[in-house]
Design a protein around this ligand. Structure first.
Ligand code: HEM
Length: 480
């Protein structure tokens, strides 16, 4: 039998097409509560989009652990070969708004949630292993330079290159972004990286540093600028379509989950700072170890519920996985949950997509849209038999020393990592890189910005700088 329409309060709704009026030509009546409710709810349909990574595509699937990692972490999700854990992923653009074309050059977000038996564990990474800045104080300025000009509301290359040319720590990530990875052919054909160094702790309280790599089983495939521009004009949602259609057709994409493991003391004394997210840790020194695979096999049933309301956070750890002293990571531990309280409301953790699979026993109460609460004790400590602390979940300390200050802890070699990246590129990749920089940086109106940035490329590798200078028509006496 066909269901009949009701209001949100369950009352039957007789007419969903004609408002109540005083006579057929008369004005609408205030008593038409159904019309008023419909318009009022519609006015409140939009919520704030994510301040960054606003445009995205999500899917569900599962992770299978193929290598027991209990020697390194007590995290249940990585203990017990063969264990499967449900996952949620959201791939995204960084800079554009939620209706922005998918295939414009950008870093891509790679946010992965494991619904573990010990609560939600999120790795909120990108398709590049490094980032533009390494201090959270610089993040809002960096993002402003990626977004729209406050006076014209236009995106301009001037702003981003102005910021980068005055932030030399960005040159490694800029080289990734201007290289082939800036235009992935599909979300299915890009790798993901946790980017930061994190801490793993095993059941004996031994600590290790860990870096995550998610390697696409589909292979890494990218688009040229020409293909990307053509695709953007033909289908602004190209990457969304691609992922959705593949999963609908049963062509389930998967990724190998790999880690680099670094013994605790070795990490502290490595030849560069492993907590500086503008650097990678050499695979020769610490090879990638494959520990499992995740496969995406389910599309969202409702995009808003499953993707828009998903609240990923780098602060979502589980026992056995902890933050590191990486300053950018430390800033992110605050940023996401604060953004989500604003974007979704104080009880965003109760939304179905954010609920862990294990039971929640929390003393937090009330707030807008609180639901499913009972009369149980709402303070701790108590004599009522309420939930008690779990000491096994405590964080493991690191030694600290020095004075409190606005410190510059990272060594100031901003360039050699970008040079190494340039040198592992094939000649064809280098040609495309130089061409992209020439078009992109070449459109900047201020000569000083071009010179400053080209000096960075030159510091990274003289050939890199010389080729950019030549492409931009800059003489080398300005660069050396
Ligand atoms: C989204 C802040 C650095 C990857 C976000 C959001 C905020 C934010 C507020 C929106 C969260 C939401 O509304 O749900 C920051 C800050 C950073 C930083 C303050 C530095 C201090 C990074 C880095 C990466 C990254 C280094 C990757 C390695 C992402 C991703 C998303 C995101 C993938 C989208 C998550 C999703 O799909 O819902 N960021 N971010 N961010 N950020 Fe960051």
């Amino acid at each position: 039998m066909t269901e009949t329409i009701t209001t949100r309060e369950g009352q039957p709704w007789a007419d969903n097409n004609h408002s109540q009026t005083a006579g057929s030509r008369g004005p609408i009546l205030l008593q038409d509560y159904q019309l008023l409710e419909k318009l009022a709810h519609f006015n409140r349909e939009r919520i704030p989009e994510r301040v960054v990574h606003a445009k995205g595509a999500g899917a569900k699937g599962s992770f299978t652990l193929t290598k027991d990692m209990s020697a390194y972490t007590k995290a249940d999700v990585f203990n017990g070969e063969g264990k499967t854990t449900p996952v949620l992923i959201r791939f995204s653009q960084v800079a554009g708004e939620s209706g922005y074309p998918d295939t414009l050059r950008d870093v891509r977000g790679f946010a992965l949630r494991f619904y573990t038996q010990q609560g939600n564990y999120d790795v909120v990474g990108n398709n590049t292993p490094v980032f533009f800045v390494n201090d959270p104080l610089k993040f809002p300025d960096f993002i402003h330079s990626q977004k729209r000009d406050p006076s014209t509301h236009l995106r301009t290359n001037d702003m981003q290159w102005d910021f980068w040319s005055h932030s030399p720590e960005s040159v490694h990530q800029v080289t990734y972004l201007m290289g082939d990875r800036g235009n992935p052919a599909s979300y299915r054909t890009m790798n993901g990286y946790g980017s930061h160094t994190f801490k793993w702790v095993n059941a004996n309280d031994e600590q290790f540093w860990v870096k995550y790599h998610f390697i696409s089983a589909q292979g890494v495939k990218n688009m040229t600028d020409e293909q990307a521009a053509k695709t953007a004009s033909e289908d602004t949602d190209f990457l969304l379509h691609d992922l959705y259609d593949a999963i609908e057709q049963g062509d389930f994409p998967s990724w190998q989950v790999c880690v680099q493991l670094i013994p605790y003391e070795e990490g502290l004394n490595y030849r560069h700072d492993i907590f500086d997210v503008t650097k990678v840790v050499s695979h020769h020194d610490y090879p990638r170890i494959e520990i499992g695979t995740f496969t995406l096999n389910e599309n969202p049933t409702n995009y808003f519920d499953d993707v828009e309301e998903a609240a990923f956070s780098p602060a979502n750890f589980v026992p056995g996985i902890e933050p590191s002293p990486d300053k950018l990571l430390q800033g992110r531990l605050f940023g996401y949950k604060d953004a989500e309280r604003y974007r979704l409301g104080v009880n965003y953790e109760d939304l179905p997509i954010n609920k862990p699979v294990n039971p929640v026993h929390s003393y937090e109460r009330d707030g807008f849209m609180a639901q499913g609460q009972d009369g149980s004790v709402n303070y701790e400590p108590n004599s009522k038999g309420g939930p008690v602390e779990d000491l096994s979940a405590r964080n493991h300390g690191d030694r600290v020393e020095g004075v409190t200050e606005n410190s510059r802890p990272y060594e100031q070699d901003h360039y050699s990592a970008a040079g190494s990246l340039y040198r592992v590129m094939s000649e064809e990749e280098r040609q495309r890189l130089i061409k992209t920089i020439a078009t992109n940086l070449g459109s900047v109106s201020d000569q000083e910005i071009k010179v400053l940035e080209t000096k960075q490329f030159y510091q990274a590798d003289p050939e890199y700088g010389e080729r950019v200078a030549q492409a931009l028509g800059l003489t080398m006496d300005l660069i050396r």
